[in-house]
Design a binder for this molecule. Structure first.
Ligand code: SF4
Length: 383
């Protein structure tokens, strides 16, 4: 049976994190606890964990954390001695990790742990212990042909800060694993998965990727909402030589987008609405960050494909503003127009959500052709 070392961050998430992060860690820990897997950690974890409570001078919280940690581990925390300090120095010298990270790994080894639970993807370079990082996905689609070149596996990460009124995957928007009542039965949407398990699932179809020029696409939800998990997936798939596409709304801190772009072979970037006020009304977020991010992305070498959903009567006017924005970008980008589909509207009914566009029709082929023609007439490179 494994012995698991708990790194600092998952435990901080457990007590200080957002609801979805708390849920992610709780789920993983409860599986281990149910299976009687021994859990271990070091005094360094406690030192980190207590900082916010000490800052706030909250003696009660300090006591609660210490007690909770002792109960979770079923015993005392591991102290760090001279041997572990020396081993940490070796790890630090070999991998360049920070001293706290190296000390945690040295402690884990000293305690005979064979699994290290963390949220730090850098530590995945350490191969002497199995490093586990988790994320939440809500679907995997094999043999996808519309999510980038060739045959692809698309992994859908859960959680999105936008609320597009035409969203095809409304069940993907909430962060964390959710439960919906469907025909009177409870249905869970989302599941936790480790980076390694996800990569194993993706790599099943490598032969098809190779033959078709395909690969893996990370979509959502908004995949950039789980940045460390996404980065670890991108790095692991990159190490296997897979073509990696990221499908994003572009709504994320610029630094995260650029880090992700540096690990991607293609970014599929959605542009949803040219008018700023309408964008806020129809998606729930400001457009400015998305536009700034696209400009920043143009400054990188990563290939970008813009994706414009076409929803009649909702976002198919204001082409001049859209074309002006495209012309103002530092690079000319190819654009793919995607027709709105009502098929997903059934999901809103099934999941007991209000149908957001009850009277909106799908665009006809003639409307799509006309839209494409207008864009081309404005000099846009339409795919
Ligand atoms: S960005 Fe995508 S997943 Fe998020 S709400 Fe909009 S359509 Fe849905």
């Amino acid at each position: 049976m494994s012995t698991v070392f708990l790194d600092t961050a998952p435990l901080i998430y457990l007590v200080e994190g957002t609801a979805d992060l708390r849920q992610l860690v709780r789920l993983r820990l409860s599986e281990w606890i149910d299976a009687d897997v021994p859990l271990r950690s070091s005094v360094l974890t406690l030192a980190e964990l207590l900082v916010p409570a000490k800052k706030a001078g909250d003696v009660r919280r300090v006591y609660q954390y210490k007690t909770a940690l002792r109960e979770l581990l079923g015993g005392p925390l591991h102290g760090i001695d001279e041997h572990q300090a020396e081993r940490a120095a070796e790890i630090r010298a070999q991998y360049g990790f920070s001293s706290p990270d190296a000390l945690q790994l040295a402690s884990a080894q000293a305690m005979g742990c064979d699994v290290f639970f963390t949220n730090d993807r850098q530590l995945r370079k350490f191969k002497e212990i199995e490093i586990i990082m988790m994320g939440i996905i809500f679907d995997i689609k094999r043999f996808a042909i519309h999510d980038g070149p060739g045959i692809r596996t698309t992994l859908f990460l859960k959680g999105c800060p936008l609320r597009c009124r035409w969203c095809h995957n409304p069940e993907s928007q909430g962060f964390g694993i959710e439960s919906f009542s469907v025909n009177g039965d409870s249905m869970a949407v989302g599941r936790e998965i480790s980076v390694d398990d996800a990569v194993r699932l993706i790599s099943r179809d490598m032969v098809f990727f190779d033959e078709s020029g395909g690969g893996v696409t990370f979509s959502g939800g908004e995949p950039l909402s789980q940045p460390e998990f996404l980065m670890a997936l991108l790095e692991a798939c990159g190490a296997l030589g897979l073509h990696r596409a990221v499908d994003t709304s572009g709504y994320a801190p610029t630094s995260i987008l650029l880090d992700v772009a540096a690990q991607a072979d293609l970014v599929l970037f959605d542009l949803k609405q040219a008018d700023a006020d309408a964008h806020l009304r129809q998606t729930g977020v400001e457009q400015a960050l998305i536009h700034e991010n696209l400009r920043a992305l143009c400054g990188t070498g990563v290939p970008i494909e813009l994706r414009l959903p076409v929803i009649p009567g909702v976002n198919d006017t204001g082409l001049a503003a859209l074309c002006n924005f495209l012309a103002s970008l530092p690079k000319r980008l190819p654009v793919r127009v995607l027709p709105y589909h009502r098929a997903a509207m059934g999901k809103y009914v099934r999941f007991g959500m209000p149908v957001p566009l009850p009277d909106t029709a799908e665009p006809t082929m003639a409307q799509m052709e006309s839209y494409r023609a207008q864009l081309k007439a404005e000099g846009v490179d339409v795919l």
